[in-house]
Write a protein that binds this ligand. Sequence first.
Ligand code: GCO
Ligand code: MG
Length: 402
Amino acid sequence: MIIKNIKVIVTSPGRNFVTLKIETDQGIYGLGDATLNGRELSVVSYLEDHVIPVLIGRDAHRIQDIWASLYKGAYWRRGPVTMSAISAVDVALWDIKAKAANMPLYQLLGGASRDGVLVYGHANGANIAETVAAVGSYIDQGYKAVRAQSGIPGVKGSYGVGKGTDHYEPADSTLPEETVWSTTAYLNFIPELFETLRKTYGNEIELLHDVHHRLTPNEAGALGKALEPYRLFWMEDCTPAENQDAFRLVREKTVTPLAVGEVFNSIHDCRRLIENQWIDYIRATLVHAGGVTHLRQIASLAELYQVRTGFHGATDLSPVCMGTALNFDLWVPNFGIQEYMKHSAATDEVFPHSYTFKDGYMHPGETPGHGVDIDEELAAKYPYEPKQLPIARLTDGTLWNW
Ligand code: GCO
Ligand code: MG
């Protein structure tokens, strides 16, 4: 099956998405997500200028060889732009292979290991009362796991708090919005949030929390310890992970489960974290960490060390990524949980899909491929909008980790 034509579709139905469409000589096409939030057009250029020209005429079935030739053939390895481009190609080719086999992708990977995919939703509010109410509304919708984030008194633009009743959409200004961070205010505040949540909803609901890279390892260890009575499902991105050994320090101080990896793009970003069992959940995604081909390798390494998957699934990952992730999740032996932030109605219309949610679990559906399509005519009605992620500064003005 020969690759005949490839296009990059940029659309912004409420937020920007980059989609790669690979068409073959047999009429079968595949879609891959290439969205890198706030840096979208760099991946478009990488694909159009450097990847598409070398793929035309290649055999679409040779996924492994194409992966290797894009990775090794560039000479310059890894990095989010390169790996997002490779991921998009990889996912589109797996979509084609599964469509050609006339089966949903999860069947091609090895079949379902479970009946449904446990997902967590995002609850947030400007203060504890609002966040507690938001968690309640997720429980009412059937969720078994909920991430809770709250505004912190005196801290402008705390991470993870939406505007109005909307879920959190961080990249919403042309130039980076400036937010403020106070570790002291945060550490003083956050245990009370989880104490209140447990008092209100009991111990059965799974609760998660995202620190978003803001703490030092020592502070993260102290927070994990303070949160132990509330039995979190995980504490996410508690400290930056460029230095993987930082997690050893956190691990020594707390038994609160640790999740990390949404900004990783290769197995080399997490090898030490996994081999040393410093983490419990790996969050690397199909869209930024090399597609199905590379994530499979990461998941297999993790399985050896009892580390489970907990893939990133924020709204800046398109429905194409979500559908593929759900196929992967249904199969992967060491599955933990999947993040699920609902896309806007406009996004769902542009990307018709077969995945469904019921009672806290999702299913990718039985459509051959990953089960997500694109309505190109509709997509064309939503042109690209330049948007960047915020930055964070300490109260004295020092630039911090957003
Ligand atoms: C999450 C993430 C997101 C990121 C976003 C950046 O856990 O869902 O932290 O909210 O901030 O994906 O583009
Ligand atoms: Mg996160």
